[in-house]
Design a protein around this ligand. Structure first.
Ligand code: FES
Ligand SMILES: [Fe+2]
Length: 382
């Protein structure tokens, strides 16, 4: 984020607070509940978005060091992510090219060669077929070049490992272009120099979009978070901007409207606001003063989503027990507040079955929810 944008955003918040207002869209909007409660709709989102567009598969700091790997199921695919000797990341299907066994059973580790536990075929961590047991007798004409591990298009950028979750996809777009202008913010945040300090995973019984929506308005803070974070934020004050398919929201702390009392050169947006980045389709990041909370979503079905919640901090932060205790405490505070949203999300999801509401209503200060849904509509239509 450049200094001019930072100042403008702070001025906008101060102005809105003075008018006792918040960012308002032109009109209210309706969101049909079939968006969140239909298995067919879910399948379409999977095919058109999650299997076609760049998705974040892991954080770079989960794949540390040469020859490290991660093997995990992700959005319905058995993934094998590897880092080679040169430090480059590859993504493969963790499926044997002989008769389909799971090649790597460990969840994480360090290997140059992966050997299938069934008949012992092996591959390098660049996916090349390296060894076939009893090859001369059993497979005399084996076209080895055609039996590499199936590769998924993959890129590493801004501290994330991005893939196209489809082995038939030719390539992955340039990630900075895909980010629609947010790359400047991520460079400013030095996201590529962050690492995971704390992590936990929860499975929430709600559609992934219900969970995304929970972060896109500040209307609920005073009510839903009254026992946790509400006292730190002005009531229903937020501004947001769309970056093609993605979004940045500014959630000011109570101190931000007071910044007009100090010289502009002392303003720093991270000191007095949280920034929420929504990267469609599977990441939200809450940037706080000295760390970033990462919410990594994995839709499991139309009404179930796995969420990995991580505290990211700059890798140069001291690696002390004291500091770790601090990150753990931060993680607990955020997860506690977030669980208030997730419990509400599960209740909203459960309510769909009643068919009591044909659609939900987004007020003018909930415009980001509408725009997020319109982005998804557009992606599944094309
Ligand atoms: S299934 Fe892997 S070597 Fe046979
Ligand atoms: Fe919330």
């Amino acid at each position: 984020m450049d200094r001019q944008t930072e100042i403008k955003l702070i001025q906008e918040i101060i102005g809105l607070a003075e008018q006792k207002s918040t960012f308002l869209d032109e009109t209210i909007a309706h969101s049909p509940i079939s968006r969140y409660s239909s298995p067919e709709r879910f399948e379409r989102e999977q095919a058109m978005i999650f299997r076609r567009k760049p998705v974040v598969a892991a954080h770079s700091s989960e794949l540390v060091g040469k020859n490290s790997f991660i093997a995990r199921d992700f959005i319905g695919l058995p993934l094998l992510l590897t880092r080679n000797e040169a430090g480059d990341v590859n993504a493969f299907l963790n499926v044997c090219r002989h008769r389909g066994a799971k090649v790597e059973r460990s969840v994480t580790g360090c290997k140059r060669v992966f050997t299938c536990p069934y008949h012992g075929w092996s591959w390098t961590n660049q996916g090349d077929l390296r060894g076939v047991t009893q090859e001369a007798q059993g497979f005399p004409d084996l076209a080895r070049a055609e039996r590499g591990l199936r590769r998924l298009p993959c890129a590493e950028a801004h501290g994330f490992i991005w893939i196209i979750a489809n082995p038939d996809a030719a390539d992955i777009p340039n990630i900075d272009q895909w980010l629609g202008g947010l790359a400047d913010d991520f460079n400013w945040l030095e996201l590529d120099k962050h690492k995971i300090m704390a992590l936990e995973t929860k499975t929430i019984k709600a559609n992934w979009k219900v969970l995304f929506e929970g972060g896109l308005e500040a209307y609920h803070f005073r009510i839903a978070h009254k026992d946790t974070i509400a006292p730190y934020f002005p009531d229903n004050l937020l501004t947001y901007r769309q970056f093609e398919t993605h979004m940045r929201a500014v959630l000011p702390r109570i101190s931000m409207p007071e910044l007009h009392k100090i010289p502009q050169e002392n303003w720093a947006i991270r000191q007095d606001a949280n920034l929420l980045y929504t990267l469609v389709p599977n990441v939200q990041m809450l940037v706080q003063q000295d760390h970033v909370m990462l919410f990594h979503y994995e839709p499991l079905s139309f009404n179930e989503t796995r969420v990995r919640m991580a505290t990211l901090a700059h890798r140069d932060e001291p690696q002390t027990e004291e500091k770790q205790a601090y990150w753990d405490k931060n993680q607990r505070i955020t997860v506690t507040a977030l669980m208030e949203d997730f419990v509400l999300g599960e209740e909203v999801q459960a309510g769909f079955a009643s068919k009591g509401n044909p659609s939900h209503l987004f007020g003018r200060f909930e415009g980001a929810l509408n725009r997020f849904n319109l982005v998804v509509e557009e992606l599944i239509a094309t």
